[in-house]
Design a protein around this ligand. Sequence first.
Ligand code: SAH
Ligand code: SF4
Ligand code: F3S
Length: 450
Amino acid sequence: MTIKFHSVKPILDNNLKQVYIETYGCQMNVNDSEVVLSVLQPCGYSICDKIQDASLILVNTCSIRDNAEQKVWARIKQLGYLKRKKKGLKIGILGCMAERLKEKLLENGAVDIVAGPDSYRELPSLIEALSGGDKQINTMLSQEETYADISPVRMDKNGVSAYIAIMRGCNNFCSYCVVPYVRGRERSRNPQSIINEARELFENGYKEVTLLGQNVNSYLWEREVTFAKLLEMVAKISPQLRVRFSTSHPKDMDDSVLHTIAAFENICRHVHLPIQSGSNDVLKRMNRKYTREEYLAKVKKIKDIIPESTISTDMIAGFSGETEADHLETLSVMREVGYYTAFMFQYSERPDTKAAEMYPDDVPHEIKNRRLNEIIALQNELSHISNMQDMDKIVEVLVEGTSKRSTAELVGRTSQNKICVFPAGEHKVGDYVKVKVTSYTSATLKGILV
Ligand code: SAH
Ligand code: SF4
Ligand code: F3S
């Protein structure tokens, strides 16, 4: 079945069957939920924003850490209560937990459908088959599926920034990570479909696209279009369209991408470059395929080629065998790079990964917790320093909404991905605004119009 769907707007119609979708996990899952809605809309479904109105509730799930899964189990329990009150209500579990746990999810009385990340085109037939009385499951992974021909229904409220998946899956098998098992093999999406989608978004008023993949730097289409080339193609759509991307794996981040960023002002000056640990012993056991020194050499390249770029990271505290000395190396590498922000986690052992088989989860919980807190405290300090360096600078902000504190203020992000709040004046959502930074916290810049 191929689906051609050109509208990027959600259908809201009370006369149609009502579907409600809830999303956990990463940006890829957010984008996948939009793909799911795009598959369902032509089959007579309308999106509802009140869960009570739904005849079908879909939960798009994440397996990355145990607590992500526990959250979903708790949610399934709640949905079970809802189901007992509402006759005919159906519940579907999508995403990474669906792929990892398969039939185990169906054993739960509340769950009617289980569909993995590569089977969303089959959702209409799975739903239809429920009328036969049996629960339905499809968790086949695919070598080819990229949903290239599907324009996701955009669920974001602001109409300014959108995600575009440029590849799916992951081949890296970092020893701690469940993603290669639940998302399958890496595959790149046809570049023309990416350009068309970005262009269509721009024509619909969007001002920013984020190109998504677990490892965008290994994007490759027919041995010809590399990630650097793709980035250039998207950037050329319009200087008024900002381009972001995530995530870069340090082992595949090459100079050509950095030169492309430098050459186009609308490619944002921000690189998310997860390091995970500052210790070579830990990196080796994590199977990250780079050393601390190689990582720092890439950081130096970023700073040389795009001096105004910020760098962010992901960190794991308390991986198997992590000593106090390893932890201190993590703290020191953070200082050395000077990250402007970071996503920081305690190691959570995932069943059936290489780490679960080979390396015992042997750092006690209290120590993991203490180390994570030290990482967070240091990052807070580094974020302060990074934001302090922007004082009195004039930055360009793309407006995404009004500030939570006051409707007289707008909020948006700088090219460096920093949140900036400033007085609204005559400006509105979707405008590019020049702002002079006059104060800051570790999380936000504040400024005045210039
Ligand atoms: N593909 C991306 C990351 C995807 S997962 C990359 O390689 O950078 C997002 C983050 O979750 C990872 O960077 C890692 O920091 C964290 N993570 C993954 N598995 C984890 C685990 N088992 N325990 C704790 N954190 C984990
Ligand atoms: Fe997981 Fe590593 Fe793939 Fe990222 S690159 S998704 S951390 S296996
Ligand atoms: Fe994303 Fe979680 Fe799956 S981080 S890829 S939703 S395991």
